[in-house]
Design a binder for this molecule. Structure first.
Ligand SMILES: Cc1cc2nc3c(=O)[nH]c(=O)nc-3n(C[C@H](O)[C@H](O)[C@H](O)COP(=O)(O)OP(=O)(O)OC[C@H]3O[C@@H](n4cnc5c(N)ncnc54)[C@H](O)[C@@H]3O)c2cc1C
Length: 283
Protein backbone atom coordinates (compact mmCIF):
# COMPACT_ATOMS: atom_id res chain seq x y z
CA UNK A 1 0.00 0.00 0.00
CA UNK A 2 1.48 3.32 -1.01
CA UNK A 3 0.21 5.95 1.39
CA UNK A 4 1.94 8.96 -0.05
CA UNK A 5 1.38 11.65 -2.56
CA UNK A 6 -2.36 11.46 -2.42
CA UNK A 7 -4.01 13.76 -4.91
CA UNK A 8 -4.79 16.72 -2.70
CA UNK A 9 -4.77 20.19 -4.22
CA UNK A 10 -2.39 22.79 -2.83
CA UNK A 11 -3.80 25.89 -1.21
CA UNK A 12 -6.04 24.50 1.50
CA UNK A 13 -5.44 25.02 5.19
CA UNK A 14 -3.47 27.38 7.31
CA UNK A 15 0.06 28.54 6.82
CA UNK A 16 1.76 26.94 9.78
CA UNK A 17 4.93 28.45 11.03
CA UNK A 18 7.68 27.32 13.29
CA UNK A 19 8.23 26.25 16.83
CA UNK A 20 11.30 26.18 19.01
CA UNK A 21 14.16 23.73 18.96
CA UNK A 22 14.68 20.40 20.59
CA UNK A 23 15.73 20.84 24.20
CA UNK A 24 14.43 17.62 25.61
CA UNK A 25 15.48 16.38 28.99
CA UNK A 26 14.64 13.36 31.04
CA UNK A 27 14.55 9.61 30.66
CA UNK A 28 16.83 7.97 28.12
CA UNK A 29 16.62 4.73 26.20
CA UNK A 30 19.43 4.51 23.63
CA UNK A 31 19.52 8.13 22.63
CA UNK A 32 15.83 8.90 23.16
CA UNK A 33 15.25 11.81 25.48
CA UNK A 34 11.64 12.32 26.54
CA UNK A 35 10.09 14.81 28.85
CA UNK A 36 7.60 13.56 31.40
CA UNK A 37 4.91 15.48 29.49
CA UNK A 38 5.77 13.62 26.29
CA UNK A 39 5.67 10.25 28.00
CA UNK A 40 2.29 11.06 29.51
CA UNK A 41 0.80 12.13 26.17
CA UNK A 42 2.18 9.17 24.25
CA UNK A 43 -0.14 6.21 23.97
CA UNK A 44 0.55 2.50 23.66
CA UNK A 45 -0.38 1.10 20.28
CA UNK A 46 -0.09 -2.05 18.24
CA UNK A 47 0.14 -2.17 14.48
CA UNK A 48 0.27 -4.74 11.71
CA UNK A 49 2.96 -4.77 9.06
CA UNK A 50 1.28 -4.16 5.70
CA UNK A 51 4.19 -3.90 3.33
CA UNK A 52 7.92 -3.41 3.01
CA UNK A 53 9.39 -1.33 0.23
CA UNK A 54 13.06 -2.21 -0.14
CA UNK A 55 14.87 0.70 -1.79
CA UNK A 56 18.39 -0.71 -1.82
CA UNK A 57 20.77 -2.80 0.33
CA UNK A 58 20.56 -0.26 3.10
CA UNK A 59 17.19 1.48 3.24
CA UNK A 60 13.63 0.19 3.35
CA UNK A 61 10.24 1.64 4.19
CA UNK A 62 7.96 -0.37 6.49
CA UNK A 63 4.26 0.36 6.25
CA UNK A 64 1.97 -0.38 9.20
CA UNK A 65 -1.77 -0.34 9.80
CA UNK A 66 -2.86 0.44 13.36
CA UNK A 67 -4.74 -2.35 15.11
CA UNK A 68 -5.15 -0.81 18.57
CA UNK A 69 -6.18 1.99 18.65
CA UNK A 70 -7.24 2.39 15.04
CA UNK A 71 -6.12 6.00 14.76
CA UNK A 72 -3.06 7.87 15.99
CA UNK A 73 -2.85 11.65 16.04
CA UNK A 74 0.65 13.01 15.58
CA UNK A 75 2.53 16.04 14.34
CA UNK A 76 4.81 15.88 11.31
CA UNK A 77 8.36 15.42 12.60
CA UNK A 78 7.44 13.26 15.59
CA UNK A 79 8.68 9.76 16.28
CA UNK A 80 7.44 6.48 17.74
CA UNK A 81 9.29 4.18 20.10
CA UNK A 82 9.00 0.58 19.02
CA UNK A 83 9.49 -2.46 21.21
CA UNK A 84 12.23 -4.33 19.40
CA UNK A 85 12.83 -7.30 21.72
CA UNK A 86 11.03 -9.55 24.17
CA UNK A 87 13.16 -7.94 26.90
CA UNK A 88 11.27 -4.72 26.25
CA UNK A 89 14.12 -2.88 24.50
CA UNK A 90 12.84 0.17 22.65
CA UNK A 91 14.16 2.13 19.67
CA UNK A 92 12.95 5.45 18.29
CA UNK A 93 11.84 5.83 14.66
CA UNK A 94 10.56 8.99 13.01
CA UNK A 95 7.25 8.74 11.21
CA UNK A 96 7.81 9.46 7.52
CA UNK A 97 4.16 9.39 6.45
CA UNK A 98 2.02 12.53 6.81
CA UNK A 99 -0.34 13.13 9.78
CA UNK A 100 -3.29 13.30 7.36
CA UNK A 101 -3.00 9.51 7.22
CA UNK A 102 -3.81 8.60 10.80
CA UNK A 103 -4.92 4.96 10.44
CA UNK A 104 -1.35 3.80 9.92
CA UNK A 105 2.22 5.00 9.72
CA UNK A 106 5.38 4.42 7.77
CA UNK A 107 8.92 4.10 9.05
CA UNK A 108 12.09 4.46 7.04
CA UNK A 109 14.73 2.09 8.37
CA UNK A 110 18.45 2.35 7.80
CA UNK A 111 19.65 -1.27 8.02
CA UNK A 112 23.28 -0.38 8.46
CA UNK A 113 23.59 -0.16 12.29
CA UNK A 114 22.61 -3.86 12.52
CA UNK A 115 21.82 -3.89 16.25
CA UNK A 116 18.74 -5.22 18.01
CA UNK A 117 16.47 -2.57 16.46
CA UNK A 118 17.51 -3.06 12.86
CA UNK A 119 17.45 -6.84 13.19
CA UNK A 120 13.94 -6.67 14.56
CA UNK A 121 12.80 -4.92 11.38
CA UNK A 122 14.82 -7.20 9.13
CA UNK A 123 13.12 -10.24 10.67
CA UNK A 124 9.68 -8.64 10.25
CA UNK A 125 10.43 -7.95 6.62
CA UNK A 126 11.40 -11.52 5.87
CA UNK A 127 7.80 -12.59 5.68
CA UNK A 128 5.50 -9.60 5.25
CA UNK A 129 2.72 -11.93 4.05
CA UNK A 130 2.40 -13.39 7.58
CA UNK A 131 0.54 -11.12 10.07
CA UNK A 132 3.27 -9.35 12.01
CA UNK A 133 2.19 -7.22 14.94
CA UNK A 134 4.46 -4.68 16.55
CA UNK A 135 3.98 -2.72 19.76
CA UNK A 136 5.06 0.77 20.57
CA UNK A 137 4.55 4.04 22.35
CA UNK A 138 4.01 7.43 20.78
CA UNK A 139 3.89 9.94 19.33
CA UNK A 140 6.87 11.70 20.84
CA UNK A 141 9.24 14.52 20.08
CA UNK A 142 9.28 18.22 19.42
CA UNK A 143 11.05 18.34 16.08
CA UNK A 144 7.89 19.90 14.71
CA UNK A 145 6.85 23.17 13.13
CA UNK A 146 4.06 23.74 15.63
CA UNK A 147 3.44 22.69 19.20
CA UNK A 148 0.68 20.37 20.38
CA UNK A 149 -1.77 23.27 20.38
CA UNK A 150 -1.01 23.84 16.71
CA UNK A 151 0.82 27.09 17.46
CA UNK A 152 4.12 28.24 16.00
CA UNK A 153 6.36 29.66 18.69
CA UNK A 154 8.57 31.65 16.31
CA UNK A 155 7.47 33.46 13.16
CA UNK A 156 9.42 31.80 10.34
CA UNK A 157 9.21 33.24 6.82
CA UNK A 158 10.91 30.31 5.07
CA UNK A 159 11.91 26.76 5.95
CA UNK A 160 15.20 25.05 5.28
CA UNK A 161 15.26 21.31 5.97
CA UNK A 162 18.70 19.75 6.23
CA UNK A 163 19.02 15.96 6.34
CA UNK A 164 21.67 13.33 5.99
CA UNK A 165 20.95 9.63 5.56
CA UNK A 166 17.72 8.45 7.16
CA UNK A 167 17.42 11.89 8.80
CA UNK A 168 15.29 12.60 5.76
CA UNK A 169 12.46 10.49 7.28
CA UNK A 170 10.75 13.23 9.35
CA UNK A 171 11.37 15.70 6.49
CA UNK A 172 9.10 13.68 4.20
CA UNK A 173 6.30 13.86 6.74
CA UNK A 174 6.84 17.61 7.22
CA UNK A 175 6.95 18.29 3.47
CA UNK A 176 3.80 16.33 2.71
CA UNK A 177 2.02 17.99 5.61
CA UNK A 178 3.08 21.55 4.76
CA UNK A 179 2.81 21.34 0.97
CA UNK A 180 -0.03 18.89 0.37
CA UNK A 181 -2.24 19.17 3.43
CA UNK A 182 -1.70 22.75 4.60
CA UNK A 183 -0.83 24.46 1.34
CA UNK A 184 2.09 26.31 2.92
CA UNK A 185 3.17 29.02 0.48
CA UNK A 186 6.46 29.90 2.16
CA UNK A 187 9.71 29.00 0.38
CA UNK A 188 10.68 25.51 1.57
CA UNK A 189 14.08 24.06 0.71
CA UNK A 190 15.38 20.56 1.36
CA UNK A 191 19.09 19.73 1.40
CA UNK A 192 19.68 15.99 1.47
CA UNK A 193 23.20 14.68 1.85
CA UNK A 194 24.08 11.12 0.86
CA UNK A 195 27.18 9.32 -0.37
CA UNK A 196 26.20 7.95 -3.77
CA UNK A 197 23.47 8.53 -6.34
CA UNK A 198 21.99 5.07 -5.72
CA UNK A 199 21.45 6.06 -2.06
CA UNK A 200 18.93 8.75 -3.07
CA UNK A 201 15.90 6.50 -2.67
CA UNK A 202 13.40 9.36 -2.57
CA UNK A 203 14.86 11.33 -5.47
CA UNK A 204 11.78 10.81 -7.66
CA UNK A 205 9.37 11.61 -4.82
CA UNK A 206 11.12 14.91 -4.06
CA UNK A 207 11.39 15.79 -7.75
CA UNK A 208 7.66 15.19 -8.03
CA UNK A 209 7.11 17.66 -5.19
CA UNK A 210 9.39 20.16 -6.98
CA UNK A 211 7.27 19.78 -10.14
CA UNK A 212 4.04 20.20 -8.17
CA UNK A 213 4.87 23.01 -5.74
CA UNK A 214 6.63 26.13 -7.03
CA UNK A 215 7.74 27.13 -3.51
CA UNK A 216 9.59 23.84 -2.92
CA UNK A 217 13.29 23.57 -3.77
CA UNK A 218 15.38 20.44 -3.48
CA UNK A 219 19.16 20.06 -3.45
CA UNK A 220 20.55 16.53 -3.22
CA UNK A 221 24.28 16.55 -2.51
CA UNK A 222 26.64 13.59 -2.76
CA UNK A 223 29.94 13.11 -0.97
CA UNK A 224 31.10 10.22 -3.21
CA UNK A 225 29.53 10.87 -6.63
CA UNK A 226 30.57 9.25 -9.88
CA UNK A 227 31.83 11.58 -12.64
CA UNK A 228 28.36 11.44 -14.26
CA UNK A 229 26.71 13.21 -11.33
CA UNK A 230 25.91 16.74 -12.48
CA UNK A 231 24.41 18.19 -9.29
CA UNK A 232 26.04 19.27 -6.02
CA UNK A 233 29.09 17.47 -4.65
CA UNK A 234 30.26 17.61 -1.07
CA UNK A 235 28.31 17.85 2.16
CA UNK A 236 25.19 19.70 3.23
CA UNK A 237 27.32 22.33 4.98
CA UNK A 238 28.79 23.31 1.59
CA UNK A 239 25.27 24.31 0.51
CA UNK A 240 24.50 26.09 3.77
CA UNK A 241 27.67 28.17 3.31
CA UNK A 242 27.05 28.93 -0.35
CA UNK A 243 23.35 29.84 -0.32
CA UNK A 244 21.63 33.01 0.85
CA UNK A 245 18.62 32.85 3.13
CA UNK A 246 15.88 35.38 3.71
CA UNK A 247 15.58 36.85 7.24
CA UNK A 248 13.64 34.71 9.72
CA UNK A 249 14.29 31.43 7.97
CA UNK A 250 13.74 28.40 10.21
CA UNK A 251 16.39 25.69 9.90
CA UNK A 252 15.52 22.06 10.71
CA UNK A 253 18.46 19.68 10.93
CA UNK A 254 18.19 15.90 11.23
CA UNK A 255 20.79 13.13 11.09
CA UNK A 256 23.88 12.16 13.03
CA UNK A 257 25.14 14.20 15.96
CA UNK A 258 28.34 15.42 14.28
CA UNK A 259 26.45 16.79 11.26
CA UNK A 260 24.11 18.65 13.57
CA UNK A 261 26.83 20.10 15.79
CA UNK A 262 28.82 21.24 12.76
CA UNK A 263 25.88 22.83 10.97
CA UNK A 264 24.42 24.49 14.05
CA UNK A 265 27.79 26.15 14.52
CA UNK A 266 27.93 27.14 10.87
CA UNK A 267 24.47 28.71 11.03
CA UNK A 268 25.28 30.46 14.30
CA UNK A 269 28.44 31.87 12.72
CA UNK A 270 26.25 33.16 9.88
CA UNK A 271 24.22 35.08 12.43
CA UNK A 272 21.17 32.80 12.63
CA UNK A 273 19.57 33.15 16.06
CA UNK A 274 19.17 29.96 18.14
CA UNK A 275 15.37 30.13 18.11
CA UNK A 276 15.48 29.60 14.34
CA UNK A 277 17.61 26.46 14.54
CA UNK A 278 15.91 23.14 15.37
CA UNK A 279 17.39 19.70 15.37
CA UNK A 280 16.81 16.00 15.94
CA UNK A 281 19.80 13.73 16.19
CA UNK A 282 19.27 10.03 15.54
CA UNK A 283 22.58 8.70 16.86
C1 LIG B 1 14.38 10.55 17.80
C2 LIG B 1 15.00 9.43 16.97
C3 LIG B 1 14.45 9.11 15.74
C4 LIG B 1 15.03 8.10 14.97
N1 LIG B 1 14.50 7.81 13.75
C5 LIG B 1 15.05 6.85 12.97
C6 LIG B 1 14.52 6.57 11.68
O1 LIG B 1 13.53 7.17 11.22
N2 LIG B 1 15.11 5.58 10.95
C7 LIG B 1 16.21 4.88 11.41
O2 LIG B 1 16.70 3.99 10.71
N3 LIG B 1 16.74 5.15 12.63
C8 LIG B 1 16.19 6.10 13.42
N4 LIG B 1 16.70 6.36 14.66
C9 LIG B 1 17.80 5.49 15.15
C10 LIG B 1 17.19 4.26 15.81
O3 LIG B 1 16.53 4.62 17.01
C11 LIG B 1 18.26 3.23 16.20
O4 LIG B 1 19.28 3.87 16.91
C12 LIG B 1 18.85 2.52 15.00
O5 LIG B 1 17.86 1.80 14.28
C13 LIG B 1 19.94 1.53 15.45
O6 LIG B 1 19.40 0.67 16.40
P1 LIG B 1 20.02 -0.77 16.60
O7 LIG B 1 19.42 -1.37 17.81
O8 LIG B 1 19.95 -1.58 15.33
O9 LIG B 1 21.57 -0.49 16.81
P2 LIG B 1 22.26 -0.03 18.20
O10 LIG B 1 22.89 -1.22 18.80
O11 LIG B 1 21.30 0.75 19.02
O12 LIG B 1 23.31 0.96 17.59
C14 LIG B 1 24.47 0.56 16.91
C15 LIG B 1 25.32 1.79 16.62
O13 LIG B 1 24.83 2.44 15.46
C16 LIG B 1 24.67 3.83 15.70
N5 LIG B 1 23.60 4.28 14.79
C17 LIG B 1 22.26 4.33 15.01
N6 LIG B 1 21.61 4.75 13.91
C18 LIG B 1 22.57 4.95 12.97
C19 LIG B 1 22.54 5.37 11.62
N7 LIG B 1 21.38 5.68 10.99
N8 LIG B 1 23.71 5.45 10.94
C20 LIG B 1 24.88 5.15 11.53
N9 LIG B 1 24.98 4.76 12.82
C21 LIG B 1 23.84 4.65 13.53
C22 LIG B 1 24.38 3.92 17.17
O14 LIG B 1 24.68 5.19 17.69
C23 LIG B 1 25.31 2.85 17.74
O15 LIG B 1 26.62 3.35 17.88
C24 LIG B 1 16.17 7.38 15.44
C25 LIG B 1 16.72 7.72 16.68
C26 LIG B 1 16.16 8.73 17.44
C27 LIG B 1 16.79 9.08 18.77
Amino acid sequence: MQLWLLPSPPGAGENDKACRGDDRIGRENKGMRMTIKEIMKAIRFSARLEDVLVYNDRFAKYEFELTEPHRLEFLAGQYLTIQVSDKGEMRAYSICSPPAIDHGFELLIDHQPNGVGVNFFKRLGLNPAQPQIIKGLGPMGRFTLVNRLGQAEVDEQALVLVATGCGVAPMMSVLLDQLQTKGDQRPITLYWGMRKAEDLFWLEDFNLLVDTYANFHFYPILSQPTPEWTLSRGHVDDLLVAHDFIPQTGFYLCGGRSMIVENKQLLTDRGILPQFIHHEHFF
